[in-house]
Design a protein around this ligand. Structure first.
Ligand code: ATP
Length: 315
């Protein structure tokens, strides 16, 4: 398939002939084709396609149990799919080439739901775990310096590196988990509900940090979230999981043009409307800016490009 997109239109959406749509010409560090995952007789994913653009924050949404976490686990090699292919950073990591994942594991970082910090290690020691695993030759002094640097990068004070997870607030734990995910200077960052359980101010600050890190470090981010504010504030595009597939992917403006009932209920329901209404605050600089990359690539609003549906072109 050509790396230049030829989006597949949702049948119900009429493209605006007056708008010239700029095709995405970058590359895709994650390409999933025909993914099927079954647990017993139950198929969580069935013939799922998805392509993630380099440099974007892709929000991944869907009802509970639609397989968002299983999808993430499949991409990072923790879940062996029943069918389909997953290419990460140009490496096929599924099927007979499963060994490939070993060679690229140091090119991504993961923040699991809940942070998953080792409770018996300090924040700094947690950050050092992947460093020691992949670079055993690093001296203790250098390990300490890198751990403190990553701690600061994640918005924590340097002294937090000496603290144990039990001494941290929920928001600080998330940042500590982020520091560990960034330990190896990854190209890809996977986050599973990073703002869950944070108060709105803490969540907005985490969003802001994530957007800033993505732009300054050139990350590509796969972000599972239920947080509508996060989607509006920082996601370039959003992929919607339902019925075992990615049923749509696009900017929120593009998704809003879909007549799919779940998409309408999610983005146009009472909470969705509140999150949309907060957008003028972003323009005023009162809360983090988001969707910058996507707005550059494809203007939002009714004039936006047609929505990709099933990843025939790109999902
Ligand atoms: N190891 C497993 N064994 C059996 N079933 C599993 C396993 N892992 C996940 N599942 C099932 O797969 C489905 C999808 O789970 P997953 O955790 O990916 O959902 P999710 O979309 O992330 O949900 P939530 O938004 O509630 O976190 C669920 O029905 C879950 O019970």
């Amino acid at each position: 398939m050509s790396e230049t997109e030829t989006p597949t239109d949702i049948a119900s959406l009429e493209p605006n002939p007056d708008v010239e749509v700029a095709a995405f010409t970058g590359d895709y560090p994650i390409i999933i084709k025909g993914l099927t995952n079954r647990f017993g007789k139950v198929a969580v994913h069935e013939n799922l396609d998805l392509k993630v653009r380099r440099g974007e924050i892709l929000g991944v949404v869907g009802g509970s149990g639609t397989g968002k976490s299983v999808l993430m686990r499949s991409i990072i090699g923790l879940q062996i799919p029943d069918e389909g292919t997953i290419e990460v950073l140009g490496h096929e990591i599924t099927g007979e080439h499963a060994d490939e994942v070993v060679g690229i594991r140091n090119r991504w970082g993961v923040l699991f739901q809940g942070g998953a910090l080792f409770s018996t290690l300090t924040v700094g020691e947690n950050v050092q775990v992947p460093l020691k695993q992949f670079y055993p030759e690093l001296s203790p002094r250098l390990l300490d310096e890198i751990a403190i640097y990553k701690t600061i990068l994640s918005g924590l004070p340097p002294e937090a590196a000496a603290k144990y997870p039990s001494e941290l607030s929920g928001g600080m734990k998330k940042r500590a988990g982020l520091a560990r995910a960034l330990a190896l200077d990854p190209e890809l960052l996977f986050l599973d509900e990073p703002t869950a359980g944070l108060d709105p101010i803490g969540a907005a600050r985490f969003d802001e940090l994530l957007r800033e890190l993505t732009d300054t470090l050139g990350l590509t981010v796969f972000l599972i979230t239920h947080d509508l504010d996060t989607l509006h504030a920082i996601c370039d595009r959003v992929a919607v999981l339902a019925d075992g597939k990615v049923i749509a992917v696009g900017t929120i403006a593009e998704l809003l043009r879909s007549d799919h009932p779940w998409i309408q209920e999610y983005f146009n329901g009472p909470r969705g409307r509140v999150a949309q209404a907060a957008r003028p605050l972003q323009s005023a600089g009162l809360v983090p800016q988001g969707n910058a990359a996507s707005e550059r690539a494809a203007p939002a609003g009714p004039a936006a490009k047609p929505l990709d549906k099933t990843a025939q072109g790109e999902a």
